[in-house]
Design a protein around this ligand. Structure first.
Ligand code: G6P
Length: 614
């Protein structure tokens, strides 16, 4: 939520900032803005996307060598030019960009107003910079010291970068709860700051991840100096980025979402590489070693996640319970964190998150940690806050996912969770050798099966033309395909704005059946598995009420095609891992419907990819 970027060096800051903002736009696109120092500190900001900002100020920005930029997902104050970041201090000598929320901003604002501060925007971020300015003036201290003092008083989450007119060779940054990466340029006097590494990777692979409650002074002459909130110096640890520029470009596809859907044969294979080898009976997640025994001994596994990651958790519940006999509970992180959950000694928490930054999931982890649970993080973004807050974990290695709707990250999460279930089942002896072999061989054939589904793209596009104008959709599935129904419905609603609901197929008769008439398309995931006969009955219930059925079936099924309006045939696999195959046509269906409706599938309205506010 909100992307921030900053540059300090010898090149034209504007170019670096605009390019960086475009890479970060998936984090929010309500407005965009930049601040630059030439002689003056000037702010250029605009409601809308980075392109609007560029068009509005084309040829009007100075050639500064230092600057900050922001792309906003609105929290405090509607999306408009005034609420757009950066924000000035009252004397206009400072400018701030902020990702996060200051919870006690209202009381600070009132105090500052009594001292004569006037605010132009409704944002908490403007209050933050006025507060820092006020502290600096009263204490006659350095800017970084004023920032540090301010941080001891504000409650909430932040990643900030501050630009000061009086010190154009310096940037001050700080974080708590929201991510911030500092890239160190080749010459060592060029620095790039951003919410994630995507704006940095084309310039340098050397980065420092700022930790919570740290303030960084980034100076052209003295480099990076970091202090914690108690003013104790910290030594920055320089990481090497494992990311290539091609991974964050569209590579010939119209949208990132389509590129990411088509990347899945590779991303699933990458995720499995070296971790699952059927012929050696090998299943190992190298990141879970020290606490593997805790997992084996666990009385209960609790999965916390949000959105699509929560759907991956639901699949994991079925799989882990089936093959390891360990009880699993799946919780929305936002509910878990506020309901005083029971966590017993010996419980293990699996936190699943693509971004590794989701505020609710992070808070759920902290809560569970405080109650003594072991936390295993399953994240896509390397070095992210959730990865670092977990005791151990496994990366999904799907590569950067830029489209807001999660696709390849979902299948990579499933892949890690299957490997985890297999390694656990093997250790607990709750799976036979033959079952292990069968499942791991089937897993190895998944990339090829995903390819076969992707070959149906044109066919799925044709089906989409018939349903692009409907107002509602229902998705039904049973067993392992129930979470796939939820995920299919979520994909459609988030990118096409068609109302869609996912249901366990048998629950349809307890309500949703009332909605079925000849206008209602129902997507039924009806692959050949242990609930096949039951789902046929559900299809008949829909057809009896003239609903239109789009069925995802196993290749060669002769029965269901005779009952339904459209079939999408997917290759057979073990029912437990079918979600890796059956979710793919639903991603394509949503994509095509959304495109036909003229939607921007990479940046759906009101959404953001990384939700760093609760
Ligand atoms: C947002 C994204 C979803 C994602 C969810 C959880 O809503 O738009 O695609 O599933 O956050 O994010 P996480 O990064 O924790 O998986």
């Amino acid at each position: 939520m909100c992307g921030i970027v900053a540059y300090l060096g010898e090149n034209n800051a504007y170019d670096v900032l605009i390019k960086g903002l475009k890479r970060l736009e998936y984090r929010g696109y309500d407005s965009a803005g930049i601040a630059l120092i030439d002689k003056d500190l000037s702010i250029f900001k605009k409601q809308g996307k980075v392109n609007d900002l560029e068009t509005t100020f084309s040829g009007k920005t100075p050639h500064g060598k230092v600057g900050i930029g922001h792309t906003r997902w609105a929290t405090h104050g509607e999306p408009n030019d005034v609420n757009a970041h950066p924000h000035y201090s009252s004397d206009k000598n400072l400018a701030i960009i902020h990702n996060g929320i200051i919870e006690n901003y209202d009381s600070i604002k009132k105090e500052l107003q009594q001292k004569g501060h006037q605010f132009l925007s409704e944002t908490d971020s403007e209050v933050f910079i006025h507060f820092i300015e006020d502290i600096q003036k009263n204490n006659k201290c350095s800017l970084d010291e004023a920032v540090r003092i301010a941080l001891t008083k504000v409650v909430g989450a932040y990643a900030i970068v501050i630009l000061s007119k009086d010190n154009p060779d310096q940037l001050i940054a700080a974080r708590k709860g929201s991510p911030l990466v500092i890239g160190i340029g080749a010459e060592n006097n060029e620095f790039f700051l951003a919410s994630d590494a995507t704006p940095i990777v084309e310039y340098t692979k050397n980065v420092v991840y700022l930790n919570d409650e740290e303030v960084a002074i980034i100076d052209k002459t003295t480099g990076i100096n970091i202090k914690n909130i108690e003013a104790i110096e910290q030594s920055p640890y320089v990481h090497t980025l494992d990311m290539e520029l091609e991974a964050i470009e569209k590579g010939g596809f119209d949208y990132f979402m389509l590129k990411e859907i088509f990347e899945q044969p590779r991303s699933v294979a990458d995720c499995m590489r070296g971790r699952l080898i059927s012929e050696k009976e090998h299943a190992l997640l190298g990141g879970i070693r020290k606490h593997f025994n805790d997992l084996v001994e666990a009385k209960r596994i609790i999965i916390v996640a949000c959105g699509t990651s929560w759907h991956a958790g639901l699949v994991a519940e079925y799989v882990i319970e089936e093959f390891t006999r360990t009880p699993v509970e799946v919780e929305y992180a936002s509910e878990f964190r506020y309901r005083n959950p029971i966590i017993n000694k010996g419980d293990v928490v699996l936190a699943i998150s693509q971004s590794g930054e989701t505020a609710d999931t992070l808070a759920a982890i902290e809560l569970a940690k405080n109650k003594g649970a072991i936390i295993l993080g399953i994240c896509n973004v390397v070095g992210s806050s959730i990865a670092r807050a977990s005791h151990e974990g496994a990366y999904t290695h799907a590569g950067p996912e830029i489209g807001v709707a999660s696709t390849k990250a979902f299948t990579a999460q499933l892949t890690v969770l299957y490997i985890l279930a297999l390694m656990l089942a093997k250790e607990k002896n709750t799976i036979t050798k033959n079952q292990f072999l069968e499942l791991s061989r089937q897993m190895e054939s998944i990339p090829d099966k995903i390819k076969q589904v992707l070959d149906l793209n044109d066919e799925i596009e044709k089906i989409s033309t018939l349903y692009k104008d409907v107002r509602n959709f229902l998705y039904l599935g049973r067993g392992y395909n129930f979470p796939v129904a939820l995920e299919g419905a979520l994909k459609l609603k988030e990118i096409s704005y068609i109302h869609a609901e996912g249901y366990p197929a048998a629950e349809m008769k307890h309500g949703p059946i009332a909605l079925i008439d000849k206008e209602m398309p129902v997507v039924v995931i009806a692959t050949r598995d242990s609930s096949y006969d039951k789902i046929i009955s559900n299809i008949q219930e829909v057809k009896a009420r003239q609903g239109k059925v789009i069925a995802v079936v196993t290749k060669g099924d002769a029965l269901i095609p005779s009952m339904v309006d459209h079939v999408i045939e997917v290759p057979p696999t073990h029912e437990a891992i079918m979600p890796l195959v059956s979710s793919i046509p639903l991603q394509l269906l949503s994509y095509h419907i959304a495109i036909m409706r003229g939607c921007n599938v990479d940046q759906p309205r009101n959404l953001a990819k990384s939700v760093t506010v609760e």
